[in-house]
Every structure is written in structure tokens, then in C-alpha cells.
Design a protein around this ligand. Structure first.
Ligand SMILES: Nc1ncnc2c1ncn2[C@@H]1O[C@H](COP(=O)(O)OP(=O)(O)OP(=O)(O)O)[C@@H](O)[C@H]1O
Ligand SMILES: [Mg+2]
Length: 471
């Protein structure tokens, strides 16, 4: 395994001979006895002790009674089912019982999504049936070594290190389109100005809110986030302003609201366009005075909070349509930070890709992979309707699917062909131009002279456009 800069694991080389007090013990679970027998032979041959069971129940029982260094388990047990649900449920149970036990799952060739879901639920790796002995043996070796390292408390050490070294959330933004965003963050971050962050779904509004907070003098106080969507009127009051015991039937104790929790810090109001008219009115009053009462109490309280809000809606259009109060918008958007969609900041894709790979590799305790050139090209060409969130999920999935340490195009699971190409009719003229330039550049191997000729542009006209689109 390699985390080049921060390898906290100090793993022994796979297969390294060290004086071991006892042979590692593996628990194998499958409902087919021929599979169990074949695996037993393999595992014994690799020099491990092993025990076999044939049901989820027996797995839980065995884990409760004895210590194991690894669990190798099938996802399907009852014959006729291939959903893997039993296996997934079992994984969740094991996570709750002992999250340090390395679990490797076995799946049929066809169930790639199932393997991904299993990894999300805590499996460390997977093998496809029918398995290759070599590969399975390598996985077992690695996972046993990793599991040991974790169990010896290295995990705590790594986490502490992270806590000590970590300095706020990481915002990746090297593209030209993100420059104004960075400038604004550094200018208004430290102030107490209210900021409204605008942008499509998954563009990083929540992250920018956290970055603003950590750049402010309030960084050591609370950052309290509250999603404004979908509160009933009563719940809205009690969530934001708190309630006292007996204020309504279920109010068994006093409760502090989000405003009070955020006192001295930052309150992040997410999805503000979802506020009902009466909630807007209520919020406006509190923002104007800084005063509120807990539900069921007449005592006036004050909280000193900085408000950062966010929405993916066109809030101005909502004001024009009479659906959002203009005076509330004025309160919220002292400063407005619009976040560009990922398709307008493609230069960030390689960096974001590396960032997410590292994060997920760390999370799943896998070796840090890299993208092969074709995979990187595919990432750069994808239209990313779901923006950075979608990108993050694709990278997560790809990392889980990758065999070895290279992520290939197939691992990305991106649909190819017309479906993934941006549709011209959905693009603005400028987007079409930028798209064409990018394509031509790629076709000409990055040679600007050739690309300019191919497009029938003079060099200077071509460079002007490169600059304009930050290419
Ligand atoms: N510039 C960035 N650098 C690194 N990670 C990012 C960046 N922007 C977004 N992310 C990550 O992408 C994911 C989506 O971002 P976030 O939740 O902030 O988006 P959002 O705009 O609030 O989405 P939604 O509209 O769905 O609420 C998060 O995991 C976030 O950490
Ligand atoms: Mg969000």
C-alpha cells in the first residue's frame, strides 16, 4: 500500500517473513460447500488457519466467540437470491460489532454495483467469482497486514496527526473561473458580512460556507448548518429558535435552537429558497433585531451570529415573481458569491480527481491509485451535470472498481457516446465556442498553432479566446 506523503501504516511488505507468534486466522463464509472447500485449500496453502461457516448467523456467532484476522464472505446465501441483501446486512452488523476486522467480499461477475455498495458498508476489498487464486491470495495478504496495523492502534495515531495537521476544509480552485471566488473569499472571509452563495447542485456551496467560516475570526466558535427545506411551521420555530418544556405535546425538555447554538459563530442557512412566506417573515425579523424567543417562552434572547446562506434557485427570479421577500434577500446577500459549474472550470478536474482519489483511498484504506491518460481525458470531457458531487461519486466508484493502482476508463462507469457529450442545443454560444476549442486542441495534441489553423483563426484571435475561456 502506498500513501507516499503520509503513510501512517508502516506496512510490512506483502509476504515478508517475520517471526509470527501464531498463524493468522481467516473466517470464510459461503453457502456452497464446494466453494468453501476450494477456499479452505487455498487459504491453508497460503499458510493461514481457517474456519468455514455457511450462513450469516454462523458468521456473527463465530465472530462473537473467537478472534479472526480476516473475514472472507459471499454476499448471497439463500439459494435463488442474487440481490446480495443478506450479505450487505451482515456487513452492517459486522461494522457495528467490530469495525477493525478486515472483510473481503465475493461477488458474481455481474454485480459490480453490489461490490461498490459492499465497500461503502465497510468491506475492504472484493473478489469476483470465479476468483483467480493469485489475486485472492494477494488481497488476503494485504488486508491481513493492514488489519494488523489498524488494530495495533496506528489508526488513532493517524487520526491525531490529521487533527493536528488539518487546517480547515480544502477548497480546490486553480481555474480561471474560480479566481473571482477565491478573491472574494479572501476579502470577505475575515469580515462579519453576510454572504449568499449561489450555484447549481453540487458546486460546493456548503464547502465554501465552511471555508468562509474557517477564514473568519469566528473560526474557533461554532459553525452551525441548517437546511431550510421542508420544515413544518412548528418545527421551523423550534429548530431555529428552540423551545421550552411543555411548549407543545412532544416538548419534554427545553431545547436550544440553532441561532443560540451558533452564538459567536456562523449560522449556515442552506436552501433558503425553500422557506415559506411566513418563515421568511419570521427569519427577517430575527435577522433585523438579533432577538428571538424560544417557542413557548416570552423571554427575549439575543444571539450574535454571522449568516451565510446558499441556494441553487434563481432567487432574483423568485423575488420578481413575488415568491421571495426582497428585503430578506437584501439582508442575506451583503456579498454574493456565485459558484461556476464544473463544466466551466474543467482545468480543476485533474486536481479534483487527485484530491478525491486520495480522500477515498484513505477512507477505504486502499493503495493510492492514479488515472491512466484515457481515463483522465474521459473525466475532462464529461459534461458533469451533477457538478463536483457527481464527480466525487464517480471517482469514489472508480477507485473501488480499479484493479491494482491504475484507474481506467472502464472503471469510471461513465456513459460514452452521445449521452455523455454535452448537447449543443443546451449550451450558450460561448460554451459551444469553448467546447469546440477544447476539442480541437485535444485533437491537435495541444498544439495551439495547429488548432488555430484548423479553426480558421489567426494566432492572436485564438490566444484571445484561450484567455477568455481560461483554457
Ligand atoms: N472546490 C472543491 N474542492 C474540493 N472539494 C469540493 C470542492 N467543491 C465541492 N467539493 C466537494 O464536493 C461535494 C459537494 O459539495 P457541496 O455539498 O458543498 O455542494 P453544494 O453546492 O452545497 O451542493 P447542494 O446544492 O447539493 O447542496 C462535497 O463533498 C464537497 O466537499
Ligand atoms: Mg449543499
Amino acid at each position: 500500500m502506498d500513501f507516499p506523503d503520509t503513510n501512517p501504516y508502516h506496512l510490512p511488505e506483502a509476504g515478508m517473513k517475520t517471526a509470527k507468534p501464531a498463524l493468522p486466522r481467516i473466517l470464510i463464509a459461503d453457502d456452497q460447500s464446494d466453494v468453501l472447500e476450494a477456499l479452505r485449500l487455498l487459504v491453508k496453502g497460503e499458510g493461514y488457519q481457517c474456519e468455514t461457516v455457511n450462513s450469516p448467523k454462523a458468521v456473527v456467532q463465530a465472530l462473537g466467540e473467537r478472534d479472526f484476522d480476516l473475514l472472507l464472505m459471499d454476499l448471497n446465501y439463500t439459494r435463488d437470491t442474487t440481490s446480495g441483501q443478506e450479505g450487505l446486512d451482515l456487513l452492517s452488523r459486522i461494522q457495528a460489532l467490530d469495525s477493525t476486522l478486515p472483510v473481503v467480499v465475493m461477488t458474481a461477475w455481474s454485480s459490480v454495483e453490489l461490490a461498490v455498495e459492499a465497500m461503502r458498508r465497510g468491506a475492504r476489498d472484493f473478489v469476483k467469482k470465479p476468483w483467480e487464486n493469485e489475486r485472492l491470495a494477494a488481497i488476503l495478504r494485504n488486508q491481513i497486514a493492514l488489519g494488523k496495523a489498524w488494530r495495533e492502534g496506528q489508526r488513532l495515531e493517524a487520526e491525531n496527526q490529521l487533527l493536528r495537521g488539518g487546517s480547515g476544509p480544502k477548497l480546490i480552485a486553480e481555474s480561471a473561473a474560480m479566481r473571482p471566488v477565491l478573491e472574494m473569499i479572501s476579502r470577505v472571509g475575515p469580515s462579519d458580512a453576510n454572504v449568499l452563495v449561489l450555484g447549481e447542485n453540487g458546486t460546493g456551496k456548503g464547502l465554501v460556507a465552511r471555508v468562509l467560516h474557517s477564514a473568519s475570526s469566528r473560526a474557533n466558535n461554532s459553525f452551525v448548518a441548517v437546511n431550510m427545506g421542508g420544515f413544518s411551521e412548528g418545527l421551523f420555530e423550534s429548530e431555529l429558535f428552540g423551545h421550552v418544556k411543555g411548549a407543545f405535546t412532544d416538548a419534554k425538555t427545553d431545547r436550544v435552537g440553532r441561532f443560540e447554538m451558533a452564538d459567536g459563530g456562523t449560522l449556515f442557512l442552506d436552501e433558503i429558497a425553500n422557506l415559506t412566506p411566513s418563515q421568511q417573515t419570521r427569519l427577517l425579523r430575527v435577522l433585523e433585531t438579533g432577538e428571538f424567543e424560544r417557542l413557548g417562552s416570552s423571554k427575549t434572547r439575543r444571539a450574535e451570529v454571522r449568516i451565510i446562506s446558499a441556494t441553487n434557485a434563481d432567487v432574483r427570479a423568485e423575488v420578481a415573481a413575488g415568491e421571495f421577500r426582497q428585503d430578506l434577500l437584501f439582508r442575506l446577500n451583503t456579498i454574493e458569491i456565485p459558484l461556476p459549474p464544473l463544466r466551466e472550470r474543467r482545468e480543476d478536474i485533474p486536481l479534483l480527481g487527485a484530491h478525491f482519489l486520495r480522500e477515498h483511498a484513505r477512507h477505504y484504506r486502499k493503495a493510492l491509485p492514479t488515472f491512466d491518460p484515457a481515463a483522465m481525458q474521459a473525466l475532462c470531457d464529461h459534461p458533469w451535470p451533477g457538478n463536483i458531487r457527481e464527480f466525487d461519486h464517480v471517482v469514489e466508484r472508480a477507485m473501488l472498481m480499479a484493479q491494482g493502482t491504475v484507474v481506467r476508463v472502464a472503471d469510471l462507469g461513465l456513459r460514452v457516446g452521445s449521452e455523455s457529450a454535452p448537447r449543443l442545443e443546451d449550451m450558450s454560444l460561448e460554451e459551444v465556442e469553448a467546447h469546440l476549442i477544447r476539442k480541437t486542441l485535444a485533437r491537435c495534441g495541444g498544439n495551439a498553432q495547429k488548432a488555430a489553423e484548423a479553426l480558421g483563426l489567426s494566432r492572436s484571435a485564438f490566444y484571445r479566446r484561450l484567455e477568455k475561456y481560461g483554457l
